[in-house]
Design a protein around this ligand. Structure first.
Ligand SMILES: Nc1ncnc2c1ncn2[C@@H]1O[C@H](COP(=O)(O)OP(=O)(O)O)[C@@H](O)[C@H]1O
Ligand SMILES: [Mg+2]
Length: 312
């Protein structure tokens, strides 16, 4: 397989992860079971998934503070084979921080402070136009300023570089931005928010949302629906690719693993459906482990999982 080039432009955070039995309600205190500092951020997670799970050549453009978290995060990315030469270090803001609690069912709750991520500006993207133009795919999310995402989309379109947008956190987006996207990959909540409607309650609702999304973008739509898998719009209609059955320990970074593994496998030469199947396996492994980046499997682990779980 060839090694395609991916540029990820997005967030880099430290995750503070605490395990709890049950999440607290407002005004309530619950005692956690241990505290861990785990590198996170959607940009960083998706970069690592593309590099580690799919073995693509990955560079990350993002912004961290000039602090200990920033230094640790960049070292970690380098160790996971992500090129960080284009990451901006900003002395005026703290590195992004996410406080995550995970309950006994593996469901997570997150409070997020964007910090330096919101200091990644359109001008930083303009400086990296050549890097973008040389990419086989660019991946971005919405944990950086929207004006920056819009500039990314314009530059990708100018050079004919496919743009994968993971529209997270959930929000409405302009038709103009959605028209510039080649791969739109929301989860069910983000997909519903893009349509301005309530999250789906069943698979039929989810299919309707996917159909609506397909009218908003010329690109391919892949809507991930957690333990139910992913809905993919193909030439032959909507395909439902079920998730693998695993013991869910922690769903953090399931979507990020899916996106990075999908994009990496795709630029390395797989078809859209092959790449989605590979990504579904990679995400299933992530769900079966505690933590975000630390859960993301290597290509060898995904290939072994696929051999052990043949499709019916
Ligand atoms: N409980 C689970 N068991 C197996 N696979 C899962 C589970 N939850 C998520 N996945 C896999 O991860 C992908 C992304 O998960 P999803 O929850 O939709 O994204 P996000 O993390 O963005 O909310 C799904 O399409 C599925 O393949
Ligand atoms: Mg989910």
């Amino acid at each position: 397989m060839k090694r395609g080039k991916i540029t990820v432009i997005g967030s880099i955070n430290m995750d503070l992860v605490v395990k709890v039995d049950v999440h607290p309600k407002a005004g309530e205190l619950v005692t956690g079971k241990g505290l861990e500092y785990i590198p996170g951020g959607k940009g960083a997670n998706q970069s690592i998934a593309a590099a580690l799970s799919a073995d693509a050549e990955v560079a990350l453009i993002g912004c961290v503070g000039e602090d200990a978290h920033g230094t640790a995060l960049l070292e970690n990315l380098r160790a996971k084979h992500v090129n960080i030469d284009k990451v901006v270090v900003d002395a005026k803001a703290p590195t992004g921080l996410a406080q995550i609690s995970v309950d006994r069912h593996g469901q997570n709750m997150i409070i997020y402070n964007s910090g330096a991520n919101f200091r990644l500006l359109p001008e930083h993207i303009e400086m990296e136009e050549r890097k973008i133009a040389e990419s086989d795919m660019v991946i971005t999310q919405l944990e950086i300023p929207l004006a920056t995402v819009e500039r990314i989309a314009q530059i990708c379109n100018k050079h004919g570089v496919p743009l994968l947008l993971n529209p997270c956190p959930a929000m409405m987006l302009s038709d103009e931005l959605l028209r510039r996207v080649s791969f739109l990959v929301p989860n069910e909540f983000e997909g519903a928010a893009l349509c301005g409607i309530n999250p789906p309650e069943n698979i039929e609702d989810a299919i309707r949302i996917t159909e609506l999304l397909e009218t908003k973008t010329p690109g391919s739509v892949l809507m991930t629906i957690g333990a139910s898998g992913v809905l993919i719009v193909t030439e032959h209609g909507i395909k439902h690719m079920p998730a693998y059955k695993v013991d869910a320990v922690d769903a953090t970074a399931a979507g990020d693993t899916f996106i990075g593994a999908f994009a990496g496998r795709y630029v390395n030469g797989a078809s859209l459906e092959e790449a989605a199947q590979f990504a579904t396996a990679a995400a299933a492994i992530t769900v079966s482990r505690l933590g975000a980046q630390v859960s993301i499997p290597t290509r060898v682990e995904v290939e072994q999982f696929l051999r052990e779980h043949p499709q019916d």
